[in-house]
Design a protein around this ligand. Structure first.
Ligand code: ZN
Length: 608
């Protein structure tokens, strides 16, 4: 490992004077309040600097050669560095790598946009970092004055890829993990600023925060930065033994097993590889061997029951029953009878005694979904059952001992329900021993391809159909869809697609989506000129699309006008073209002006 570079080599070769010369009469100070955000280089300007040269083995960011590297392979490298060098030295290496990358980008922006205002030049770093796929950078505030040597900035990093890899390897821990990104920020800003600016990650997803937050200040403003800059100083690390700096993070757990073999598909499998998913799995593995009550939270359709079943399957109670109850599906008046059972004659219709779900789950696991929908009275009885480990059937006089591990789930915030007086606080505390939050699908998009594959096989088997897979257009649509109904909605879309598509052909967009479900979206890919184009650019593949959509639309009912149908088709074309009107017009076989005119005319007629 080459540790001979020191900070001098990494520090900017551009001086303050050079920056101001290069920028002519540009302002030398700026702040976020007066920053319009539309000065060059915008994200689009920067995007236009990316060129793929597919036949030639090169990718360019302006004049810098780039490479597409799998995030997971970087994750593997990172993990090996940590394991062989220890966490401190690995962190140093990665911070310096990030620093070089940030410094290069700063040079690029300075050379390519010499006339731009200083705020836009500084903010281009956040945009490049975003464009390069590292994280989505959201500025919170910034304020700097080059003449006074003052810099202050605060940024949020959304879904940072290094965190994904860190969490996948080590789970959520106590130390921030965005080392390369911090290096990048320091490299970029320091290079432009001409003196050392130190960034610190004050909140990180690797420590359980929902988003990473970084704060940057000129070195003097921080006071003691020796801790920070030692990661930039390769020399200092030469003398550090790996043995004294072992990784302190938790031991990685094995990758999550889904099916024993591909032929054995279990509809209750829990599938995923994203950071959000891995984090939930780590928690699940930790709590499963205990007897603790677990509370799953998360939106409708995120897979709470599948997780509960998995917990049961890997818990010591796996040989015992798993009983699931959707509390919202039981009529209020029957809830107690359902949960605790009834004695014959307890009420009209109770012609025979029967056990409730608690008794049936004895020795095993009782899963109570949508627990917030239980009445306060039933909540009280549930609390007693949990505390005493005994129940009474409705109309009964005996108490029965039950040994049940309760797993609860809610798609509403139980704390809010407590505050609103709809949920007992004592029961809330009893259930909230070990909460596990399951993220919505739109926050774990990395898992969509895995889930697509899983649900495709499941639906093919269930309906004995044989579509070959998905068209590239269908894949793009699924990858970009917001999934308000989460995993359940993805499963439904694919099931619909499997039924609608022909055997031997691929599932296409109209097989799965109704036109109003598709959002406008922007995705960039290599265009014929080597630059990035919106992938919704029409091509021969799209030509019969409108015909398909037209056929797949339900027949117009009475009251639906021709105008409405035309408007829907126009909107559909615009949506499929990612909002690009020229592309939409080509798709429809009309000119851009005709499309414009028709859209306006249809809108006007519909609102009259
Ligand atoms: Zn982070």
């Amino acid at each position: 490992m080459d540790n001979t570079h020191d900070l001098d080599e990494l520090l900017p070769r551009i001086s303050l004077a050079e920056v101001s010369r290069a920028n002519g009469a540009m302002l030398r100070r700026a702040d976020s309040e007066h920053f319009s955000g539309d000065g060059a280089p915008t994200l689009t300007d920067l995007t236009e600097c990316v060129f793929f040269s597919p036949g030639d083995g090169r990718i360019w960011l302006n004049d810098q050669r780039m490479q597409l590297v799998h995030s997971s392979s970087l994750g593997q490298l990172r993990r090996e560095l940590v394991e062989t060098l220890g966490i401190e030295r690995a962190r140093g290496l990665l911070t310096r790598t990030g620093y070089v990358s940030g410094a290069r980008d700063a040079q690029l922006v300075r050379e390519r946009w010499p006339e731009s205002d200083i705020a836009s030049v500084f903010m281009a770093g956040t945009r490049l970092h975003t464009l390069e796929g590292v994280a989505r950078v959201e500025p919170v505030q910034f304020d700097f004055d080059i003449d006074r040597g003052y810099y202050s900035g605060e940024f949020l990093w959304h879904h940072c890829s290094e965190d994904d890899e860190h969490i996948a390897a080590y789970g959520v821990g106590t130390e921030p993990a965005c080392w390369m990104e911090l290096g990048y920020a320091m490299g970029y800003v320091t290079t432009l600023f001409g003196r050392l600016v130190v960034f610190r990650e004050v909140e990180c997803r690797a420590t359980g925060a929902s988003v990473c937050r970084v704060v940057g200040k000129n070195a003097e403003a921080w006071g003691d930065v020796s801790e920070d800059i030692r990661y930039l100083q390769a020399q200092d690390f030469a003398g550090l033994g790996a043995a004294t700096h072992e990784a302190s993070a938790a031991q990685p757990e094995p990758a999550y097993a889904t099916s024993e073999s591909p032929a054995e598909i279990d509809p209750h499998d829990v599938i995923g590889a994203s950071a959000g998913f891995n984090s939930a799995c780590h928690q699940l593995h930790r709590v499963a061997p205990t007897q603790a009550t677990v509370l799953f939270t998360g939106e409708s359709g995120v897979g709470k029951e599948a997780f509960a079943r998995m917990l049961h399957r890997i818990s010591p109670r796996s040989g015992q029953p798993f009983i699931a109850v959707n509390c919202a599906a039981i009529p209020e008046t029957l809830a107690e009878a359902e949960l605790f059972g009834v004695e014959r004659g307890a009420f009209t219709g109770a012609s025979a005694s029967r056990p409730g779900r608690f008794e049936r789950a004895d020795g095993g696991v009782l899963f109570l979904d949508e627990i917030a929908s239980l009445s306060l009275v039933t909540q009280g009885k549930l609390l007693r059952a949990l505390q005493e480990g005994e129940i009474e059937r409705v109309g009964g006089t005996r108490t029965l001992d039950v040994d049940v591990r309760v797993i609860a789930a809610s798609n509403v915030d139980l704390r809010d329900e407590v505050d609103a007086g709809r949920f007992r606080e004592d029961l809330y505390f009893r259930l909230n021993v070990y909460p596990i939050h399951l993220p919505p699908l739109r926050e774990r998009r990395d898992d969509i391809p895995l889930l697509m594959n899983h649900f495709l096989h499941l639906a093919k088997r269930r309906h004995t159909r044989a579509p070959t897979g998905f068209t590239s257009r269908a894949t793009r649509a699924l990858l970009n869809y917001r999934f308000p109904g989460n995993i359940r909605e993805l499963q439904n879309l694919i099931e619909r697609g499997v039924i609608a598509a022909e055997d031997g052909a691929a599932i296409d967009v109209p097989h799965m989506f109704r036109s109003e479900q598709l959002d406008e979206h922007l995705l960039l890919a290599v265009g014929s000129g080597g630059g990035l184009d919106s992938v919704a650019t029409p091509d021969a593949e799209n030509a019969p699309l409108l015909e398909q959509i037209r056929r797949s639309q339900p027949a117009p009912q009475e009251g639906i006008s021709l105008d409405a149908v035309e408007y829907r088709l126009l909107e559909e074309a615009v949506s499929l073209s990612g909002g690009n009107l020229a592309a939409a017009a080509r798709l429809l076989g009309i000119t851009r002006r005709q499309l414009d005119y028709r859209l306006k005319a249809a809108r006007r007629r519909l609102t009259e």
